[in-house]
Every structure is written in structure tokens, then in C-alpha cells.
Design a protein around this ligand. Structure first.
Ligand SMILES: [Zn+2]
Length: 263
């Protein structure tokens, strides 16, 4: 294989590593941002639950004040009842007292329901708080891991970039320009051929092109335009001939094209 082609193949491999690392490095802050968003939503849940608890407490303070009002009314009516002149007046006051007592029972029921809601809210707040703490711990760990991974990937990226530079310097300008042009439009500039097929676009090569490629000529795929190469060490072993064919046609196995080329 010609040296320029060898460097091109390594260049493509380093280009692919660079693309993969660049993407991976860019994905880290996005992942951390997603975690932060989730954390923020959990903080809001804790805050909402706390507010509901405060609202219930405020409602119960109002109820307590209403309760006191009703108790004061009853005390006042009882006071008046001791000095009324007629049965009619007494019954009227008793009616007011009954009404206030019914109101007190109603307020107490409402208060009890509010306390039950508060208890439930306290349970929810504790669970939300616990979840928040576990998320905070998780995000801290993720940030540390991301920082470490990022540093590692940056170092690796710098290594591949240096290697890319070395390969580019060793490739003939014309060939490099061809590679760059194809890579820019196709994503990759070089494709391996295996079993007469371009592995990038899967098209079959014409027999003549296939032969030229195997003899080391630098050609492009007629279908996808990528620069083609053939690596006999990567070619799969030829399939075993069928048993009856072996018997009827060939006694001795003839060397395949691959073996001949290797010999
Ligand atoms: Zn192709």
C-alpha cells in the first residue's frame, strides 16, 4: 500500500476520534444542565409544599380567631340571659347560643381537616426534601465525574489533533485536498474495499477497478467518490466450497486471489 494512503487511513481514524471526542465534550455541559433543571424542579416542589403548609397554618389561625369570636358571643348571650325579663327573650338568646355552638363545631371540623392536610403535607415535604438532598449529592458527584472526564477527553483530543497534524504533513498536497473535499461532503474521505464492495456505500466495484485496487492503485469509488483501499489482512477467509462441488470439480484446492496476492 502506498504511504500516502496509509497516512490517509490514519488521518481518517484520527478525524473520527476528534469528531467523537468533540461531540462527547460538548455533551457534558448539556447533561449537567439537564440535571440542574431537574434539581431546580425538585427545589420548587419542596418550596410549594412548604408554602401549602404555611397556608394551612394561616387558615387555622383565622379559624382560631373565629372560634374565639363565637365563644365571646356565647359568654355575652349567657350574661344577657341572666337579666332577661321574658321567656321569649330567654328563648331568643338560647337560640343564638345554640347557633354559635353549632358554628364552633363546624369551625373545629374544618380545623381538624386542615390539620390532617398539614400532616400529609409534612410527609410530602420530608420526602421531597430527602429527594432534593439525594439529587444534590448526585449532581455533585456527576459534576466531579464530568470535570475528570472532560479533562481526560481534552487531553486525548489534543493528542489526536497533534497526530492529525503529523499525518497531514506527510500526505501529498493534491491527495490531501482530494481527501478534504470528499470528507467535507461525505463525512469520510477514505473507504475500505472488501469482497469487491465499497464498505462506505456498499456498491460493488467493476472487476477491473477491483483488480486495480488490489494491485495497489489509488482509485475513487464510482458511486460515492471516496478514495478506496484494500487491506488483504482484513479480508475474510474465502468460504469453504460445497462438498459435492469439491468432489466433482476440484480435487486440490487452488490458491485464491487473496492468497496469491499475499504470496
Ligand atoms: Zn463507495
Amino acid at each position: 500500500m502506498n504511504d500516502g494512503l496509509k497516512h490517509l487511513i490514519r488521518l481518517q481514524e484520527t478525524d473520527e476520534q476528534i469528531a467523537r471526542l468533540t461531540q462527547s465534550i460538548a455533551a457534558l455541559p448539556r447533561r449537567l444542565a439537564e440535571l440542574e433543571t431537574k434539581l431546580q424542579a425538585q427545589k420548587e416542589l419542596v418550596e410549594r409544599t412548604a408554602k401549602s403548609i404555611r397556608d394551612e397554618e394561616a387558615a387555622r389561625r383565622r379559624l382560631e380567631s373565629d372560634l374565639k369570636d363565637q365563644q365571646q358571643k356565647i359568654a355575652k348571650y349567657r350574661d344577657q340571659a341572666s337579666s332577661v325579663k321574658t321567656n321569649e327573650q330567654f328563648h331568643a338568646l338560647q337560640h343564638e347560643i345554640d347557633f354559635a355552638q353549632a358554628e364552633i363545631r363546624r369551625i373545629e371540623d374544618v380545623e381538624l381537616a386542615s390539620m390532617e392536610r398539614s400532616e400529609q403535607l409534612e410527609v410530602e415535604r420530608a420526602a421531597a426534601q430527602k429527594e432534593l438532598q439525594s439529587q444534590q449529592a448526585f449532581i455533585e458527584k456527576e459534576k466531579d465525574a464530568a470535570r475528570a472526564a472532560s479533562a481526560e477527553q481534552e487531553a486525548s483530543l489534543a493528542g489526536f489533533k497533534a497526530e492529525r497534524g503529523e499525518h497531514r504533513a506527510l500526505i501529498e498536497a493534491d491527495l490531501l485536498a482530494r481527501y478534504d473535499r470528499i470528507a467535507a461532503s461525505r463525512g469520510t474521505g477514505v473507504a475500505r474495499v472488501q469482497g469487491q464492495r465499497c464498505l462506505a456505500c456498499q456498491m460493488f466495484l467493476r472487476p477491473q477497478v477491483w483488480n486495480q485496487i488490489r494491485s495497489g492503485e489509488l482509485l475513487t469509488c464510482e458511486s460515492c467518490s471516496r478514495l478506496l483501499y484494500w487491506d488483504p489482512s482484513l479480508e475474510p477467509p474465502p468460504p469453504e466450497p460445497a462438498v459435492d462441488e469439491k468432489k466433482s470439480k476440484k480435487k486440490k484446492k487452488e490458491p485464491t486471489a487473496v492468497e496469491e496476492a499475499e504470496a
